[in-house]
Design a protein around this ligand. Structure first.
Ligand SMILES: CCC/C=C/C(=O)SCCNC(=O)CCNC(=O)[C@H](O)C(C)(C)COP(=O)([O-])OP(=O)([O-])OC[C@H]1O[C@@H](n2cnc3c(N)ncnc32)[C@H](O)[C@@H]1OP(=O)([O-])[O-]
Ligand SMILES: NC(=O)C1=CN([C@@H]2O[C@H](COP(=O)(O)OP(=O)(O)OC[C@H]3O[C@@H](n4cnc5c(N)ncnc54)[C@H](OP(=O)(O)O)[C@@H]3O)[C@@H](O)[C@H]2O)C=CC1
Length: 279
């Protein structure tokens, strides 16, 4: 689909790159000639993913254990990365979410989502941006958001709030940092099956017909998201700034994706909370 070497010479950090969509984007970036850095909290998973990537590609893959909720750890990760060479592209992909009735959310539960999804993306963006600006180096920040930024979303309110805030960051910095050579862009994925998303959002028995109701009759392929991400971070997208591209088969035009949960009974929600506390 793309010219060979579209991302040659680009050094890309994908937060949460050890699993799911982050790993899918990483694989495509490598195939297009990029050098990859992936971070997450679980070093064993990062290493396992990196080994698979190295087996499939001759590109360089570096792993760094980093909890993006911790600004000091984010700065240390950026220092370690920059010691080797400046990044060219940051992908804010790490995030957390779960379904819950908002009236049952403790403050700690709200923070469990806001901290990685909003603060983590902000810390990584600030840490990369100040290094790019100090070094007069061009950069791109791609943030993986959600169609909840357009529709809102019942039962995942902290996630919808965090993703909307990162969209505001994307638009604001496009104007502030564009003149300094930094583009900020975003993707709003619809449903792309991953272990993380299924585990947090789709307990067994939840609305089995949802993917057939997507206007395209299916969920997204990881390769489709990886292709869009590759284009947006590449120099071919050099005039796209401050924009969020939706990739959801048209799903959000039909539903915000939480209607089935409005029909859940108190007993179902109690069961969901109990499953979590056992988990
Ligand atoms: C919407 C579409 C767009 C987004 C899609 C995605 O992001 S897909 C990607 C999806 N991928 C991921 O999400 C991967 C990353 N996920 C994670 O890192 C973790 O699963 C976590 C941070 C979400 C929860 O971490 P943990 O289990 O270690 O939590 P903890 O022990 O640190 O507790 C902190 C507080 O949170 C509370 N609480 C926790 N869970 C629930 C719940 N289900 N129900 C209610 N409450 C919950 C817990 O009770 C506690 O409050 P308390 O009782 O002290 O007042
Ligand atoms: N799949 C889908 O349908 C959709 C996904 N998205 C978004 O796509 C992105 C990827 O999600 P997906 O691949 O599905 O799910 P995953 O659960 O696989 O991805 C989340 C990643 O974030 C990392 N992570 C979580 N918390 C932290 C933290 N505090 N510090 C560093 N890394 C962290 C996890 O690694 P570790 O646990 O090792 O820290 C994991 O690799 C997310 O931003 C999500 O909101 C948006 C809409 C729909």
């Amino acid at each position: 689909m793309f010219e060979t070497g579209l991302l040659r010479g680009k050094r890309i950090l994908v937060t949460g790159g050890g699993s799911g969509l982050g790993a899918a984007m990483g694989r495509r970036f490598l195939a297009l000639g990029a050098e990859l850095v992936i971070c997450g909290r679980k070093l064993d998973r990062l290493e396992a993913t990196a080994s698979e990537m190295r087996a499939q590609s001759s590109g360089k893959v570096t792993t760094i254990a980093c909890d993006v909720r911790d600004g000091v750890a984010v700065d240390e990760m950026m220092d370690a990365t920059w010691r080797e060479a400046p990044l060219d592209i940051l992908v804010n992909n790490a995030a957390a979410t779960f379904i819950a009735q908002s009236e049952h959310l403790s403050f700690r539960a709200a923070d469990a989502v806001l901290a990685p999804t909003l603060h983590g993306a902000m810390y990584c963006t600030l840490a990369a941006g100040k290094r790019w600006i100090d070094g007069r180096h061009n950069g791109v920040v791609l943030s993986i958001l959600s169609t909840s930024t357009i529709t809102g979303r019942a039962f995942t309110v902290p996630s919808a709030m965090a993703k909307s805030a990162v969209l505001a960051m994307t638009k604001s910095l496009a104007v502030e940092w564009g003149p300094k050579g930094i583009r900020t862009v975003a993707i709003a994925p619809g449903p792309f099956p991953t272990a993380g998303a299924s585990g947090q959002l789709r307990p067994v028995g939840r609305d089995e017909g949802w993917s057939a109701r997507n206007p395209m009759g299916r969920t997204g392929e990881h390769s489709e998201l990886a292709d869009l991400a590759s284009f947006l971070v590449s120099d071919r997208a050099g005039y796209i700034n401050g924009e969020m591209v939706v990739i959801d088969g048209g799903a959000h035009l039909r539903s915000s994706g939480a209607e089935d949960l409005l029909r859940w009974t108190d007993a179902q929600w109690a069961e969901q909370r109990a499953a979590r506390s056992k988990g």
